[in-house]
Design a binder for this molecule. Structure first.
Ligand SMILES: NC(=O)c1ccc[n+]([C@@H]2O[C@H](COP(=O)([O-])OP(=O)(O)OC[C@H]3O[C@@H](n4cnc5c(N)ncnc54)[C@H](O)[C@@H]3O)[C@@H](O)[C@H]2O)c1
Length: 324
């Protein structure tokens, strides 16, 4: 019997690609999304879809009573740093309070395995000597987005101690690229690669580079870009570890261990599309760390994560098909 995975946030960027790959790998998938940010077309016809908020207790009870779910993948949430500074209430409500409803109903139905999408924003601004960032690096978020994700990480640990919840938190760095059939389409878009591709396709869009005097190789911020398909395979390894009681840590960083500056990404996009992209240097954004690079050795050692798509040009060209 194939295992059944509930994908929360299945109409979003990473959740839809996770659904696609889970189906390829022979899992049963049940999809949940409130379509607040995701796209109906990103769902799969063969997958039963629940159009609801993941914090809706009555709906969750309905879903869990009708389906035998083995593992929950929790991709959904609010994920815009700037918005979180203006409206922290929304972030604590969705990413923490609503997510706690989910945990409570899971426990009520004896569903005790969850993989949670967290973020490198939990680390705040790491010191230069803390790069590459280990899971043990101090967490010190500097915005409500990172703080709300960290709070839920901590709740997971308490539920583990008190309710025998089994969980794996994956702290993603910068996710990029696309699968064969699904890609990135955020609204509003804040991610660098899609913004650049949009600027290539539509000459009305330019690009702001926020700050060029950071202590980095060319003065612009440096990020660790991880291919979404490699990231999804990290989830599949996490699912297997939870299902097979494989020894694991509860928190893993997901990145490649090296970074690209904003100017390097601009150059790569220009190279891939053989065109110039206009950009202007703007003021630094408050709270933008100079460098975020992951140390992901732990998931490689424990779960044998073997990323295969560490190629920035591939991330750019695969993403392009889905960006208008
Ligand atoms: N994309 C990245 O680079 C990145 C980096 C670090 C962490 N993350 C985390 O990964 C997760 C997925 O990111 P993404 O880029 O796929 O985002 P996304 O916005 O494309 O997808 C999130 C999905 O969740 C749904 N959703 C939001 N609130 C909901 C609610 N209350 N109930 C039900 N559905 C709801 C949205 O409609 C959307 O389809 C997020 O939790 C984000 O914080 C993403």
């Amino acid at each position: 019997m194939p295992h059944t995975i509930l994908v929360i946030g299945a109409a979003g960027y990473i959740g839809s690609i996770a659904t696609e790959i889970l189906l390829q790998e022979g899992y049963n998938v049940i999809a949940l999304d409130d379509l607040s940010k995701g796209h109906k077309e990103a769902l799969f016809n063969s997958v039963h879809f629940y159009h609801t908020d993941f914090g809706n207790i009555a709906e969750l009870k309905n879903i869990f009573s009708k389906n035998k779910i083995d593992v929950v993948l929790h991709f959904a949430g609010a994920a815009l740093v700037a918005e979180s500074m203006e409206n922290p209430f929304k972030y604590f409500n969705i990413n923490f309070c609503q997510a706690q409803n989910l945990l409570d109903v899971m426990i009520l139905f004896n569903i005790k395995k969850i993989v949670f999408s967290s973020t490198c924003a939990v680390y705040g601004i790491p010191k230069p000597e803390e790069i590459p960032i280990k899971e043990s690096t101090q967490t010190k978020p500097i915005n409500p987005y990172g703080e709300s994700k960290l709070l839920f990480e901590k709740a997971l640990e308490w539920y583990k101690n008190s309710a025998e919840l089994e969980y794996i938190t994956l702290r993603y760095f910068n996710v990029a690229g696309a699968s064969k059939n699904r890609g990135e389409r955020h609204n509003p878009e804040t991610h660098l690669i899609p913004l650049l591709i949009r600027a290539v396709k539509n000459k009305n869009y330019g690009l702001n580079v926020y700050g060029n005097d950071y202590p980095t190789k060319d003065g612009t911020t440096v990020r660790d870009y991880v291919h979404v398909v490699d990231l999804v395979y990290a989830h599949i390894l996490a699912i297997k570890a939870l299902l097979n009681n494989k020894k694991h840590q509860n928190i893993y960083n997901i990145g490649y261990g090296h970074g690209y500056s904003v100017l390097e990404i601009i150059n790569s996009v220009q190279e891939v599309f053989k065109t110039k992209i206009p950009y202007k240097i703007s003021n630094k954004r408050p709270g933008d760390p100079p460098v975020l690079i992951a140390d992901s050795r732990k998931i490689k050692e424990d779960l044998n994560w073997e990323p295969k798509l560490n190629d920035i040009n591939e991330m750019i060209s695969s993403a392009s098909k889905f960006i208008v």
